[in-house]
Write a protein that binds this ligand. Structure first.
Ligand code: DQA
Length: 145
């Protein structure tokens, strides 16, 4: 069963970007972990990261066409992109929202809103990279894999 793990802006610098908040695992390492976790669950996981909002929208539109389940960490776009809201709204396969940190517990007010959450079967936040494993487990369960 194919699953897309889509990571948004600045997540390509994982491991070096504010490690006290986001941890020391790099994006390449996270991608490898996701593929391994997926394999163990019977999921064929592909991990992508982009700093370009339109590219993420294109990926979500294709996921809508193909009814592909998605694990999405949209980074800061989560908090203000209505195009992202619309792209997520059209998905028919389950969507799981992931954040390494817990945005709702952070001091910046802007992090307390999510435009992904209304469309997500589940939101996993504040669990670091393990959150992606929890998201994939949820999808395997939901899809009956
Ligand atoms: C994040 C949380 C967002 O608020 C932030 O803009 C990010 C990363 C997380 O994974 O904790 O870029 O999505």
């Amino acid at each position: 069963t194919p699953v897309l793990v889509l990571n948004g802006p600045n997540l390509g610098r994982l491991g070096r970007r504010q490690p006290e908040i986001y941890g020391t695992t790099t994006h390449a390492e996270l991608a490898e972990l996701c593929v391994e976790w997926g394999n163990a669950l019977g999921l064929d996981v592909e991990v992508r990261q982009t700093n370009h909002e339109g590219e993420l929208l294109d990926w979500l539109n294709t996921a809508a066409d193909d009814a592909t389940p998605v694990v999405l960490n949209a980074g800061a776009w989560t908090h203000y992109s209505l195009a992202l809201y619309d792209a997520c709204a059209q998905l028919t396969a389950p969507l799981v929202e992931v954040h390494l940190s817990d945005p709702k517990q952070r001091p910046e007010q802007f992090r307390h809103t999510s435009h992904v959450e209304p469309h997500a079967a589940l939101t996993v936040a504040g669990r670091g990279t393990d959150g992606y494993r929890l998201a994939l487990e949820h999808l395997a369960d939901a899809l009956g894999v």
